[in-house]
Design a protein. Structure first.
Length: 583
């Protein structure tokens, strides 16, 4: 019986091993290798694991499909690879060089739109031209048209390239053509654009639904119809594929203006997801909800300030104006007319006539107000303000107070980076500015940042609760904060979290080890016959720590999480983890 069971177990293990190998997932258990790839800006270093080492070798030897596989793997964070668009774009470039037309189209688009945090229009044009001319890839032709238009404005040549790509079946070419027709003044052209948008939307392509929304909203090519526009946004957000960010912001906005509390709440959920994804109009609408608090809305007035700042940082003029008005009227934040005029000026520069009027009124009431605008521009993006503030504080001297004031102001806007930085200054002290540390208030600020997903704060608070450092020990809470940081991309937090998860097993193993040692001591002391009568197999006292894999760190805040949130709020799935940053 033992032999049969052993063989069955061996066969099961072999079958499992074969299944794992068949999945072809990069695994750290299969070795690692360091590498680097040119991504249009620099040689980007990375670490390959397992089968990805072979993919990289094959890619560089000319197998374009292996380059594409690695590009997708780094897009998604496959297996133990860490998702990094700065690496994936490098492999798309390699794929293009090795003969992949789709690789050329994708790399060109990423280099043009700054998907990796930088642009390189010259390389974008070169890659798209190669894909279009040498590889006959029509999406590359459409990408070439987009680069040409972005670089020098629309021309007869760029229009012709896009139109030929559309005629050859490129969806991107058709999107460019339809958008151009809709923006034109020819009624028949606008009608053709609407037909193209409708066909694409019916096929589940998000760009088509967005075009329909724009057409029905503006009454171009069709009679203006807000209901049809809303239906197109809903369909594109919840049922289409492609870039759905603006569609979901629009859909959330529509729902948030409905009468029932339940519908308003659903709209608010879509808006939060869209705002976190980078849609400024969604952030602005959330600010309105926080101030007006219609039935069903949960956003409060403090969060409204936070969202208006986020909208303003995206150069959304209405967000800057509303935030400025909050400072002018002392709504949630303290009254500060100098900050208010700086924000109104920014709204005015962005084309908001109301912002210009606000600025004039503030100056009329206080002609010297602009002279009191803080040295660290309060209208600059929060991240820029914090970086400058930290630099001046680190240097010390008379400018340090301005840095502290800027961080404190952003903390009052509920900015999590400001809470983390100011919390640390309070907790540990800041010579010359905060000579007496205030650990209690510092901890509160840091935990506030951790609660909304600030990675460094979550790691810090997680360790504090785990070890009872400055706070009552609470290992469950410590593990929860560490999971937040791990889920948001911290490899260090992921390693600590795995260790925390394994702690109960280690403790149990240690307890069993001590029991076994004590039992052995007693057995040696007892008579042989008594020991024999009480003897039991020692296997029961041997603990084995199971391997804990957890989630891949690189899969956080990626498209799958965003899609999961949208499916959840659309009713397509019944769950959305609280650790999903979009939920």
């Amino acid at each position: 019986m033992r032999v049969v069971r052993f063989c069955s177990l061996l066969l099961a293990c072999l079958a499992l091993n074969s299944a794992v190998q068949a999945q072809d997932v990069p695994s750290a258990y299969d070795g690692h290798a360091d590498g680097a790839v040119y991504n249009g800006k620099q040689m980007m270093p990375f670490t390959l694991y397992g089968v990805a080492i072979r993919w990289d070798r094959d890619c560089r030897r000319g197998r374009a499909e292996r380059c594409m596989r690695l590009a997708h793997a780094y897009d998604e964070g496959a297996g133990d690879l860490t998702a990094d668009v700065r690496v994936s774009i490098g492999y798309y470039i390699l794929a293009c060089r090795k003969g992949s037309g789709p690789g050329c189209a994708r790399a060109s688009a990423m280099l043009r739109n700054g998907a990796a945090g930088f642009t390189n229009t010259d390389l974008a044009l070169e890659l798209s031209q190669h894909g279009c001319s040498a590889l006959k890839d029509q999406d590359s032709c459409a990408a070439m048209s987009a680069v040409m238009t972005a670089s020098g404005g629309e021309s007869a040549q760029s229009v012709a390239v896009a139109d030929r790509a559309c005629a050859a079946g490129s969806a991107e070419g058709c999107r460019l053509r339809a958008n151009r027709l809709l923006a034109g003044n020819d009624a028949s052209g606008q009608a053709r654009a609407v037909a193209m948008f409708r066909e694409a939307c019916d096929k589940g392509q998000a760009w088509g639904c967005l075009g329909l929304y724009d057409a029905y909203s503006a009454g171009r090519g069709v009679a203006a119809d807000p209901r049809q526009a809303a239906a197109a946004a809903e369909r594109g957000c919840t049922r289409a594929a492609g870039d759905r960010l603006r569609l979901c912001a629009l859909h959330g906005d529509t729902l948030s203006r409905a009468g029932s509390a339940e519908t308003v709440r659903r709209g608010e959920n879509f808006l939060v997801t869209a705002c976190r994804g980078g849609a400024p109009e969604a952030c602005y609408r959330l600010g309105e909800l926080g101030m007006t608090r219609p039935a069903g809305a949960r956003t409060n007035d403090g969060e409204a300030i936070y969202y208006w700042r986020r909208a303003c940082d995206f150069d959304f003029a209405a967000g800057c104006r509303s935030l400025g008005q909050a400072y002018a009227r002392a709504t949630v934040v303290g009254r500060d007319r100098a900050v208010a005029v700086a924000l109104a000026d920014k709204a005015c520069r962005l084309g908001d006539t109301g912002g210009c009027a606000d600025a004039r009124a503030l100056v009329s009431a206080d002609p010297a107000v602009r002279s009191r605008i803080p040295a660290i521009d309060p209208a600059a993006p929060a991240a820029n303000q914090i970086a400058l503030a930290k630099a001046v504080v680190d240097r010390g001297g008379p400018g340090a107070q301005a840095g502290l004031d800027a961080v404190a102001r952003l903390m009052r806007e509920w900015n999590e980076d400001a809470e983390w930085l100011l919390g640390g200054w309070l907790y540990y002290g800041l010579p010359g500015l905060i000579d007496q540390p205030n650990r209690q208030d510092g901890f509160v600020l840091i935990e506030n940042a951790a609660r909304v997903g600030h990675v460094d704060a979550a790691v810090w608070v997680g360790m504090a609760y785990w070890y009872g450092d400055g706070v009552a020990e609470d290992r469950r809470r410590g593990e929860g904060y560490m999971r937040v940081a791990a889920e948001r991309g911290s490899e260090m937090a992921a390693a600590i979290y795995r260790s925390m998860r394994a702690e109960p097993t280690r403790r149990e193993n240690e307890r069993r080890r001590r029991e076994a040692e004590e039992q052995a001591r007693r057995n040696r002391a007892d008579a042989w016959t008594r020991a024999w009568s009480r003897w039991s197999p020692s296997y029961s006292s041997v603990g084995v720590t199971p391997a804990y894999t957890g989630r891949t760190v690189g899969q956080i805040i990626d498209q799958s999480n965003w899609d999961n949130a949208i499916r959840y709020y659309s009713g397509g799935t019944g769950s959305c983890s609280s650790y999903n940053p979009y939920c």
